[in-house]
Design a protein around this ligand. Structure first.
Ligand code: NAD
Length: 462
């Protein structure tokens, strides 16, 4: 069997890559089990050295890697470069924080009773890392880097839409000194992911859609192993009445349309205080209309094609549903049906008003360059509307008043709360979702410790 890699900008096949089978997946698992023990027994400084070398490799080959990413995912080249550049401080964080996060800790040392209490951290073992395509370097490394540092072996299933990038990551890790069975790529579609879950892995770390996340949770529920799910979002931003309208409009347009709207934390719902609604919408549409749509290999392109052709139909269905329920299209509203963009998976940047909470475009993840904007009369209504979704990944508030923003954000159900920013991830902070946005977390100190099992030592000197 082989997997066809398609360039979303042209719809043409770039390459066919042989896929794994249940048999090769089982072999990768048994090899990983054997190799993991040796990997875990090495001193942490050796594992840190391999990740340092991986980091240097990313920096060295970043231009080549950016082009591979752009060709298979359709990410505009400037944004592919940004992802690789942004990976470096993330890796630096892991390198600096891992010794602190993984060290043994004495929590009681009572000379009188002779009792010592200690915590040590053991790796989980062999883990499954099933990944998404939209930020393959970020979402992949959030898992495999701390997992490897903690002494786990990783069976890595890159998305079928970012397979070549997955293979680049694999090559760089192996060249950096990670033994081949300790980090093994498994190539293919969801079937290969399912074959991986058929193995008795010690943990499952998944990034992807809510629908697949639920399937995976059901598949492994009986096994009593750690399962983390980083899923989608329908992330809201509320624009208060006291903002600088032009600045807020341009910042939020970027948060909604960057990466062609294909970020888990893209802004997908916009609530604007009624007193500034008209002027905000005018400035917002002006900002979005300036985005250059085109060939992702062109340096000046801001919006590229959608990675997956089927997503075009999802966007069309959301817009049709919205129009049928009374929405008005202020910009865009359809795929490109003529001209040079017709062959690729391009969709016009789209802004909708007169939207209602019952419309799919305000309820279901869009994952494309489409957004609905709705007026709200006050902060209380904004909170209610922001929470009116099954998702809870991020939420943002724009206002010069920090107190006001914090008072609102305290009531919003989301893993990340933003004041005057959006679509932002920091390695120092935990990345998690509530409700259908997932369970578990990556990044931050806890996002390293999550790849370990704490062992409690009760030691009594006789
Ligand atoms: P997806 O769910 O279609 O696929 C994710 C991965 O799961 C792929 O590698 C796929 O091959 C695999 N898979 C599919 N079916 C499977 C099965 N039955 N068993 C095992 N594995 C299976 O998601 P996607 O399209 O790759 O990614 C987009 C989604 O990911 C969006 O919903 C986005 O919001 C979400 N996402 C979330 C985060 C986050 O941090 N919360 C980050 C990035 C993307």
């Amino acid at each position: 069997m082989s997997l066809k890699i398609i360039n979303p900008a042209t719809g043409r096949v770039i390459e066919s890559i042989p896929t794994d089978t249940p048999k090769t997946v089982a072999k990768a698992f048994s090899d990983a089990c054997e190799a993991q023990r040796d990997w875990a027994s090495r001193p942490l400084r050796e594992r840190l050295a391999t990740i340092q070398s991986f980091r240097d490799g990313i920096e060295h080959y970043s231009e080549e890697l950016a082009h591979v990413l752009t060709r298979e995912v359709g990410k505009p080249i400037a944004q592919a470069r940004n992802e690789l550049a942004g990976l470096l401080p993330r890796l630096d964080f892991f390198l600096k924080e891992a010794p602190r996060a993984l060290r043994d800790e004495t929590v009681l040392n009572a000379p009188k009773s002779g009792v010592v209490e200690r915590i040590t951290r053991e790796p989980l073992g062999v883990i499954a890392n099933i990944s998404a395509w939209n930020y393959p370097y970020f979402v992949g490394s959030n898992v495999f880097v701390p997992a490897l540092l903690a002494g786990n072996a990783v069976l890595y299933k890159p998305s079928e839409y970012a397979t070549r990038t997955g293979l680049c990551i694999t090559r760089l890790l192996h060249e950096s000194g990670v033994p081949e069975p300790v980090f093994a790529p498994l190539i293919g579609t969801g079937d290969v992911g399912a074959a991986l879950l058929a193995q008795p892995v010690d943990g499952v770390f998944f990034t992807g859609s809510q629908v697949t996340g639920r399937k995976i949770a059901r598949r492994v529920a009986g096994r009593l192993i750690k399962v983390q799910l980083e899923l989608g979002g329908k992330d809201p931003v509320y624009i208060c009445d006291d903002v600088d309208v032009n600045a807020a409009a341009s910042a939020v347009a970027d948060g909604a349309f960057y990466n062609t709207g294909q970020s888990c934390c893209s802004v997908e719902r916009l609530y604007v205080h009624a007193s500034i609604f008209d002027s905000f919408v005018e400035a917002f549409v002006e900002s979005v209309a300036k985005f250059k749509v085109g060939d992702p290999e062109d340096e000046s392109t801001y919006i590229g094609p959608l990675t997956r052709r089927e997503q075009l139909e999802v966007l069309e269905a959301q817009i049709a549903d919205a129009k049928a329920k009374g929405a008005r299209v202020l910009l865009g509203g359809a795929r490109f049906k003529s001209g040079p963009l017709k062959r690729g998976h391009y969709f016009q940047p789209t802004v909708l008003v007169n939207v209602k909470a019952t419309m799919k475009v305000m309820r279901e993840e869009t994952f494309g360059p489409v957004i609905g904007v709705m007026p709200v009369r006050d902060d209380a209504e904004a909170i209610e509307r922001m929470n009116a979704t099954s998702y809870g990944l991020t939420a943002g508030v724009y206002t010069p008043e920090r107190k006001r923003a914090e008072a609102i954000l305290r009531h919003v159900q989301a893993g990340s709360a933003y004041w005057n920013c959006c679509d932002r991830v920091s390695p120092r902070l935990p990345w998690s979702g509530v409700k259908d946005s997932g369970m578990g977390l990556t990044l931050s100190r806890e996002g390293i410790q999550t790849f370990t099992r704490p062992k409690a030592w009760h030691l009594r000197q006789p």
